[in-house]
Design a protein around this ligand. Structure first.
Ligand code: SF4
Ligand code: SF4
Ligand code: SF4
Length: 378
């Protein structure tokens, strides 16, 4: 297998095809501190793309509660267990094996296959807490209890080195040069299901009616028009921003995604140790078990949490977080100036400007006009 450069692991990895980075790479950043698991994103995707026959069980976008949730069941635990030890060096280099490096003989990637039952409980474990340590928060020492959970929204990561593409014997899966979106050619696909087995994130799904595999299409018809995907623009919590990520050696500090991932180190890929260079990035939750977070996001997670806690002293980052969710168009460049944050498209046209801090208006409890106390808890 050729060696390809994986910046998330700080080293080259083995992959069946030579390195071929697209001109632009589709990416989403999610702020996990703000997700409320309302599932609006899941339904926005479902009503747009997967309301057909054979797609009943499919959630190309799903939101699961960590640590116990998983769609399909225990997708992450199962592949992590198969992979074995996943150590990192102090300089951020990954020392373990990736999925392609741990592939069994005559296979392209280490994999497992979910059963029909594994897909049947998309919301299993919802709001179930995990134990372990949390720095701060509402823990009561006198009343031991499990202390944390967080919500993890997930789409296909349109990986730089997709396992689904590597495993497809029909070469039906391709990665577009113009935006890095990974698609399955429905005419070439014969439904062998190799991609379903190979994708560690389990974001390729089999349609028993069409007898082909299907997956998140990155909302490419919208992206081609400069619009963000359905699951992004409908996000109630305004936790998501879609844009194009550059590799670190071409990063631009005024590109929202580059800024959050490369410039500030606030957003990290999940399970980078699998070796696919996934392109969904998460601002980690600051009130969750650090060991669990390190397993999911790698050792840089502790710095990311510290930086998020220090956000009030970073006006550019605060301004950008205010821009997230304020426009349905793709922001190519942003600027924070004079207490305002502005987003511009690739032609330099202003898309939106928002104030970085909103005025806080305190209402007195006693409303003399109607002669009543207007607080719920007087
Ligand atoms: S719509 Fe946004 S806030 Fe709601 S579950 Fe999805 S990602 Fe979370
Ligand atoms: S997340 Fe899975 S389905 Fe999506 S590109 Fe990566 S390997 Fe393929
Ligand atoms: S990007 Fe589009 S297709 Fe993919 S999960 Fe979001 S809404 Fe669905």
């Amino acid at each position: 297998m050729p060696n390809v450069k994986n910046w998330q692991l700080g080293r080259d990895v083995a992959y069946p095809y030579p390195e071929s980075r697209p001109k632009k790479q589709w990416a989403i950043v999610f702020d996990l501190n703000k997700c409320i698991a309302c599932q609006t994103c899941s339904l926005a995707c479902k009503t747009t793309w997967t309301s057909g026959k054979g797609q009943e069980y499919m959630f190309w976008n799903n939101v699961e509660t960590k640590p116990w949730g998983g769609y399909p069941l225990a997708w992450d635990v199962r592949i992590l267990e198969k992979l074995g030890r996943q150590d990192w060096a102090g300089n951020g280099e990954y020392l373990g094996k990736t999925l392609t490096e741990a592939a069994p003989p005559k296979e392209w990637v280490l994999h497992w296959e979910p059963t029909d039952e594994d897909w049947m409980y998309p919301n299993i474990g919802e709001d179930d807490c995990g134990g372990g340590t949390v720095d701060g928060g509402a823990h009561l020492p006198s009343l031991p209890h499990d202390k944390w959970f967080f919500y993890l929204p997930r789409t296909c990561a349109h990986c730089t080195y997709p396992a689904c593409l590597a495993a497809c014997p029909r070469k039906a899966i391709y990665k577009r040069d113009e935006d890095g979106i990974v698609l399955i050619d429905q005419l070439r696909c014969k439904g062998y299901g190799e991609c379903v087995r190979a994708c560690p994130y389990k974001k390729s799904m089999y349609n028993p009616y069409t007898r082909t595999s299907e997956k998140c299409i990155g909302c490419y018809p919208a992206v081609e028009q400069g619009m963000q995907p359905q699951c992004v623009v409908n996000c109630i919590g305004k936790i998501r921003v879609m844009g194009f990520i550059s590799p670190p050696w071409r990063a631009r500090a005024d590109n929202p995604v580059d800024f959050l991932v490369h410039e500030k180190g606030l957003a990290l890929p999940y399970y980078p140790q699998l070796g696919l260079e996934p392109n969904i990035y998460y601002i980690p939750p600051i009130n969750a078990d650090p060991g669990y977070l390190e397993q999911m996001f790698g050792p840089r997670v502790h710095e990311a949490v510290a930086r998020y806690r220090a956000l009030p002293s970073d006006p550019a980052a605060v301004g950008l977080l205010c821009l997230i969710g304020s426009t349905d168009r793709i922001i190519d460049r942003f600027e924070v100036k004079d207490g305002k944050a502005s987003g511009y498209d690739a032609d330099g046209k202003e898309l939106v400007t928002v104030p970085v801090s909103e005025p806080v208006i305190e209402r007195p409890a006693w409303d003399a006009r109607i002669g009543a106390i207007r607080n719920n808890t007087p």
